[in-house]
Design a protein around this ligand. Sequence first.
Ligand SMILES: [Zn+2]
Length: 196
Amino acid sequence: MRRLLLALPFALLPLAIAHAAEEKEHASLGAHEHGVAQLDIVLDGKALEFELRSPSMNIVGFEHPASTDADKTKVAEARELLLKSQALFNLPLAAKCAVLAQKLESPLFGDKPDADDHDDDHDDHAKGEGEEHHHEHSEIHAHYQFVCDTPSALKKLDLTQLFKTFPATHKIQVQLIAPSGQQGVEATPENATLKF
Ligand SMILES: [Zn+2]
């Protein structure tokens, strides 16, 4: 695996604001929906940042901690696929984007969420579903930072490869912040291209 610069802080302000807004939205909408993922994209000068948040179901086909060898293999494969971000996001070569940092987070990857996050997740699920049940949900979050030497070449983003790589993903709710402004787009396998 490529060496990752995990120590770099992810401190892009616009993204933080977008998150705050979206977290409020999530709280009111409740639990995550299988088949649906969220993708925040920020293009700021040469800095291009992606944050993908997906139910684990969309990516590995289950949400419980991997215990069997088959489950562990699936998790390891998913990790590899998620780390191949150049392929996943199909960035135009002309934009000359290089990976600066990428980071994956999920209980399935052995991350221990801090106590606050854990409680929040439970609250969200309980609120959203309106009934008591003990189905175990988990998510996979992937955070990518690129530096693009020719950001003007970023005209469109094609998410086809992301849908193909994780075919249980049927819809991606995209929030894009770019020099052209902010837009919210629902991408689907049939309509996977969006404009910067
Ligand atoms: Zn779930």
